[in-house]
Design a protein around this ligand. Structure first.
Ligand SMILES: Cc1cc2nc3c(=O)[nH]c(=O)nc-3n(C[C@H](O)[C@H](O)[C@H](O)COP(=O)(O)OP(=O)(O)OC[C@H]3O[C@@H](n4cnc5c(N)ncnc54)[C@H](O)[C@@H]3O)c2cc1C
Length: 499
């Protein structure tokens, strides 16, 4: 059987596999990405991206196309069957400190096309569409995979395999990795529509109609598109609700069906599942292969993108011998608590929405409406920063520093660690020599004072490639702690910082 060799084999070229392939490829890591299908996934999926994810996708070359074809969400509201507000969230300001809108409503295929276009320009990444992983084996120093292509099966030997192959991950199954079930399993019909006659939007508000008679979600998507999701009621099947006539009847209370073209439709079961191991030997899992959450926070793809951004530089450092393999274990340690927190929030929101028992809904409403309306409104919930893999005081998402030209620092640096110093010194030169990007604080416009507030009196701030602040302090200490972290994981880095 024909055999090829590569450093990393990515299985699945959904958005997470594609973002990971760009990050690895832009770091010069030889990568083969195989994808079972020949086109991007045709059914409705992600419609919302948060600002942190837009920034990470910008580093992967995917955000510009999305930004052109997206619109900000002005509010996210949960209303009961009578239309009363149960809870509502609003973004604060036009742009988040990352330089992107707090919430962008978009069309997932636009993103996937943009990432694939970027990949096509990266020579060390080879994309194989129409190639499916059949199975693989560990072979000491790596893995050997059997891949079924359009013609014959062949083997790919790789030092690492990353399963980005979605909820039914073959990689996860072959690796024998079990899932933790957080107790959510609800069937929903999802309908993506195109608005006729040049209408750009029906609303800029995302709405959860928490009506026990039929919970319904209404979401703007990219301009010219709108999504509805209808919960299936007990006894209903996918076949019952998929006909044109049923869709029109379900849409009628919300919009004139004649003003819409139905573009895509699907019935999904929304789950809350987290893989117990995200790394096992030479296997890693990312995106839906590692975790699935109900879409009430719009965070599945966002979380998968964070996985890719957390993982790629660690893989590169390990493959180049700059880091111990144990650095790969920090991936799950850093990412899983974040995913678990978001999944639990999404499940809690889902339980508010998915109440189908009229008496339970009445009690829910009574309880929530007892709070004055002003207190039921709040800012969009912020997400935690990193709790490990950073020095004490680090972990926050780095606010985007703008250049005097109006460009973003991210335009200049892309996916690499960044050291911002007051004054250049030996330690900063050494950091630059090892592939880090070094800039002086005075180089930035910093018109909102975010960088000044972050640095305080410190000499430097070191930012991880995934744009979490690694630490703020003396330049030499930060650089030594970063090198120690790469070499042996978080514990030693913290020890250096504490010394
Ligand atoms: C209705 C709905 C709404 C959602 N809304 C949001 C939202 O608003 N915001 C958000 O962030 N997330 C949302 N999500 C979640 C988001 O769509 C997913 O988290 C995201 O698509 C996962 O990306 P992925 O790359 O991990 O997996 P996938 O997109 O599933 O990609 C996996 C890829 O692997 C390929 N593959 C599978 N097996 C093999 C194999 N053996 N060999 C080769 N290739 C293989 C598949 O063909 C597929 O292309 C939503 C999901 C749903 C269902």
């Amino acid at each position: 059987m024909k055999r090829e060799e590569t450093d990393v084999l990515i299985v699945g070229l959904g958005p997470v596999g594609a973002a990971l392939a760009v990050y690895l490829g832009s770091s010069g890591v030889s990568t083969i990405a195989i994808e079972r299908d020949t086109g991007v996934y045709p059914l409705p999926r992600a419609a919302h991206l948060d600002h942190e994810t837009m920034r990470l996708l910008h580093l992967a070359g995917g955000a510009e196309a999305v930004a052109k074809a997206s619109q900000p969400l002005s509010a996210y509201e949960f209303r009961n069957g009578a239309g009363e507000l149960l809870m509502g969230f609003r973004p604060e300001g036009d742009l988040a400190p990352t330089g992107w809108p707090t919430s962008s409503m978009f069309h997932q295929p636009t993103l996937e096309d943009a990432l694939r276009a970027r990949l096509a320009k990266i020579p060390c990444v080879s994309v194989r569409l129409g190639h499916a992983l059949s199975t693989y084996e560990e072979n000491g120093g790596g893995i050997v995979a059997t891949v079924a292509g359009p013609d014959v099966a062949h083997e790919i030997a790789a030092r690492l395999i990353v399963g980005c192959d979605g909820g039914n991950s073959v990689v996860r199954r072959v690796a024998g990795i079990a899932l933790d079930d957080l107790g959510f399993d609800e069937p929903w019909l999802v309908i993506d529509t195109r608005l006729k006659n040049g209408v750009e939007r029906l609303s800029t508000i995302g709405l959860q109609h928490c009506d026990p008679a039929r919970p319904v979600t209404s979401m703007p998507m990219s301009p010219g598109r709108h999504r509805w999701e209808f919960m299936l009621m007990p006894g209903e099947t996918a076949e019952d609700v998929m006909s044109d006539a049923r869709l029109a009847a379900m849409l009628a209370p919300f919009a004139d069906p004649a003003s819409l073209d139905i573009e895509r439709r699907a019935v999904y079961r929304f789950h809350a599942l987290i893989a117990r191991q995200w790394r096992k030997g030479h296997t890693l899992l990312a995106g839906d292969a590692a975790h699935q959450m109900p879409p009430f926070m719009g965070q599945g793809l966002c979380s998968g993108t964070r996985d890719a951004a957390n993982l790629a530089w660690k893989i590169e450092a390990v493959l180049r011998g700059r880091a111990n393999e144990s650095l790969l274990d920090s991936y799950q340690a850093e990412r899983e608590p974040h995913v678990r927190m978001i999944t639990e929030m999404a499940v809690a929101m889902g339980k508010v929405v998915c109440t189908q028992d009229a008496e339970a809904a009445r009690l829910r409403d009574e309880n929530m409406l007892a709070t004055p309306e002003a207190a039921r409104r709040s800012a969009m919930p912020g997400l935690d920063g990193l709790k490990s893999g950073v020095l004490p005081g680090g972990g926050a998402v780095f606010p985007e520093p703008w250049l005097p030209t109006g460009a973003r620092l991210d335009d200049l640096v892309r996916y690499a660690p960044i050291l911002i110093v007051r004054d250049e010194c030996e330690a900063s030169a050494a950091f630059g020599d090892r592939g880090g990007f070094v800039a002086r604080a005075g180089f930035f416009a910093d018109s909102h004072g975010d960088l000044a507030a972050l640095m305080g009196d410190a000499a430097a701030v070191l930012v991880r490639p995934d744009r979490h602040v690694f630490g703020v302090g003396a330049t030499a200490t930060l650089v030594a702690a970063w090198n120690a972290y790469l070499a042996s994981g978080v514990a030693k880095a913290e020890a250096i910082a504490a010394a």
